[in-house]
Design a protein around this ligand. Sequence first.
Ligand code: SF4
Length: 390
Amino acid sequence: QCVAVCPTGALTEVDHTTKVIRAIADPTKTVLVQTAPAVRAALGEEFGMKPGTLVTGKMVAALRQIGFDYVFDTDFAADLTIMEEGTELLDRLTRFLNGDKNVKLPILTSCCPGWVNFFEHNFTDMLDVPSSAKSPQQMFGAIAKSYFAEKLGKKREELVVVSVMPCLAKKYECQRDEFKVDGNQDVDFSISTRELAHLIKEFNINFEELPDDDFDRPLGESTGAAVIFGATGGVIEAAVRTAYEVYTGKPLPKIDFTELRGMEGIRSATIDFNGLPINIGIAHGLGNARKLLEDVRSGKANYHAIEVMACPGGCIGGGGQPLHHGNSAIIKARMEAIYREDAGKPIRKSHENPYIVKLYEEFLGKPMSEKAHHLLHTHYFSKKKDIYIK
Ligand code: SF4
């Protein structure tokens, strides 16, 4: 068993690759893999490639050779997260503008389990402030074991969902009780970028020479908005792309919100929603998150929406990525790769993903519907008793 220290300070890494290989070898199981956006921007480094080399196609080809039955993309679920989180933002905003005093603003992003764990320990008076939307990893698992299982004509227990994540906290997230149905986890195993690299090497796959392959459908289609989830500021930029168009009913004058990008630990910007100024805050690194949240709690900061990522740089700098030893040039190169992939995508707004549109038409109804709420939203718990707080 491989054990390493998580940069979020609270978690340990347990290697589940052996269990994944056993599941692949089990003829009674259908094994699906999903890969997070930041993985493709860093995996190549484990094979001697330059930081910032995008290896999306090779990664898909390698996962097929390892033997996964379906190779899907967490980015699909990132688009789904935007549909739910963006709708929740607009719902809270509309109620606030209509004078509802009970509405909680700013909405906080909730896709980073390192951050979720942190606020469940340290900001227990604000547990109803974060978005109730599950993270993309967990939305993927919930949809895979319901919608996709139905399409395959299989029971959820016959499916094994594996995630490849830049993150060690995702291992803990997928084991949380609220992400299980009768003890069966929505995501069975989460392995890190480094563990995937080890697996590829163990299988003697010549990674550098692999021809590019493409994700399976329907859970493999994604937009540029989903890709940028991997970098600090990306989740909120993706949300703004959709929320702007839904709120104003007009197409965006520009897709890139460069004012939301960058590496400063705490950033802010105001986005004009056709005459309505929306104040956005961004923090990466838990020290910065604490500072920003304390300003919100004391009333010093006035935001409508805040994105927090626990790791410096966001998921591209996650604890499961190839080690970068704090080298900011490596983080910058990975970040540029993420924005390059976004810029090259034919569709760059989550609400225009045709497979997401179909998912709502065929299965979920509309964002925040009862079914969407049941499958795609969660709640948070106070964990204050677990630790000593000054
Ligand atoms: Fe995981 Fe870090 Fe990304 Fe949070 S920012 S989801 S802890 S890799």
